[in-house]
Design a protein around this ligand. Structure first.
Ligand code: SAH
Length: 373
């Protein structure tokens, strides 16, 4: 059974005005309704008391406000929280909240699964199912805000990163609609620099994003040269490093005080050598950059291992010594598989598929040496 009612979470601010006009209403009704939805977490039109009764009754018939369905919520020992959200059918995504002393970061997903097949990412093992709608993306923020008691006065979510499952720039329009709702004063009122889109390096998407929104950009680099990056991030064959960095320079040009965050997952014996660190530092001198080093997070079936603490320290010292801004991302929520690259929509019969995949990978890995697949 499909629901023919419009989900109001699907509309960008401008789209919601058009919607009310299409109902024969004044555009400002959209603003009233946005306040109820995003500032007060209200989904029942009956509670929207500044709307005339007939309009409330009409909305009851033709509209809904519905986020994804929460299947499971987990709390990690370090305060990290993770929600598994069902999107209907067999599709599910995960959303993670990471509290820190002075900020709270929400990591949201943009696709069910992913088609980019990065060899060190567990989301890749489940393949690609489908894109998320704007409602499903902003719905993650909306649900988390309610669960966390986030209000415009008591801001628990201070940053949003599109670093969950999927490649946001391959789902451009719905992601952009969600970004507009994150940043709109009548939505979540986030400053653009506190919203980060993370990409594996989709060059045309980076240019399009620059033209459409003023948000922070993170680029998953993971290797300082093409031959190695081709193996870790297959998309590199299409958009090699030189083209990617040129797009990064275009992204920041004319925007003051903007840096691109480069994510670099440190994998034992693969990309963590001093030579890699030196080459990376040299490369990133051509872009306003900050480097985020992510110790590899293992997942069942992977042949990769996390770099040793010594290798991580040595790598960081080399890039710092070369004048880069570089931080090491502390793994969070490991006890609930909430860390980078560990997100999967594990539900129902997907579990079987995962187990089969796991067994197949383990069999292939037996006796395998540490080389990138
Ligand atoms: N497709 C986008 C968004 C996903 S972000 C992108 O690639 O940027 C997820 C981040 O976690 C990326 O930087 C990714 O490279 C990193 N990551 C993926 N698997 C990981 C793993 N197993 N350990 C640590 N980081 C990982």
């Amino acid at each position: 059974m499909t629901d023919s009612r419009s989900n109001l979470l699907d509309f960008s601010p401008a789209g919601l005005e058009d919607y009310f006009v299409s109902l024969g209403e004044k555009p400002f009704r959209a603003r009233q309704v946005m306040k109820w939805i995003y500032h007060r977490g209200v989904s029942d039109f009956g509670e929207m008391t500044d709307l005339a009764r007939p309009l409330r009754a009409r909305l009851d018939e033709c509209a809904i406000v519905a986020g994804p369905q929460i299947v499971r919520e987990q709390h990690a020992a370090d305060g990290t929280r993770k929600w598994l959200l069902s999107l209907g059918g067999r599709n599910a995504v995960e959303t993670v909240f990471i509290p820190e002393p002075r900020r709270g970061t929400l990591c949201v997903s943009s696709q069910v699964g992913c088609m980019l097949n990065c060899s060190f990412c567990s989301t890749a093992t489940q393949g690609f199912s489908r894109n998320l709608s704007t409602a499903e993306i902003i719905g993650q923020v909306w649900l988390a805000a309610q669960a966390l008691g986030h209000t415009s006065k008591r801001r628990r979510i201070t940053n949003i990163v599109m670093m969950g499952m999927g490649e946001p720039l391959l789902n451009f329009e719905p992601v952009l609609g969600a970004i507009e709702l994150m940043c709109d004063d009548l939505g979540f009122g986030m400053a653009g620099r506190r919203v980060t889109v993370s990409t594996a390096g989709l060059v045309p998407g980076i240019d399009r994003l620059r033209a459409s929104a003023e948000v922070s950009l993170a680029v998953s680099l993971h290797a300082p040269e093409d031959e190695l990056r081709n193996r870790l991030v297959p998309l590199n064959r299409k958009y090699p490093i030189a083209e990617l960095l040129a797009a990064c320079r275009r992204y920041v040009s004319g925007r003051r005080r903007t840096r691109i965050t480069f994510e670099y997952t440190l994998i034992d014996g693969i990309n963590d050598s001093p030579g890699c660190a030196r080459a990376l530092a040299k490369l990133l001198h051509t872009v306003p950059a900050k480097l985020n080093l992510i110790p590899f997070n293992p997942f069942p079936g992977t042949v990769y291992r996390r770099s040793s603490p010594e290798a991580i320290e040595r790598f960081q010292q080399i890039v710092l010594g070369a004048g880069l801004v570089a931080t090491v991302r502390r793994p969070r929520g490991e006890d609930i598989d909430a860390a980078c690259g560990q997100l999967v929509g594990r539900v129902l019969d997907r579990t079987r598929r995962q187990q089969r995949h796991r067994r197949a990978v383990q069999a292939a890995a037996e006796g395998a040496t540490m080389v990138a697949p």
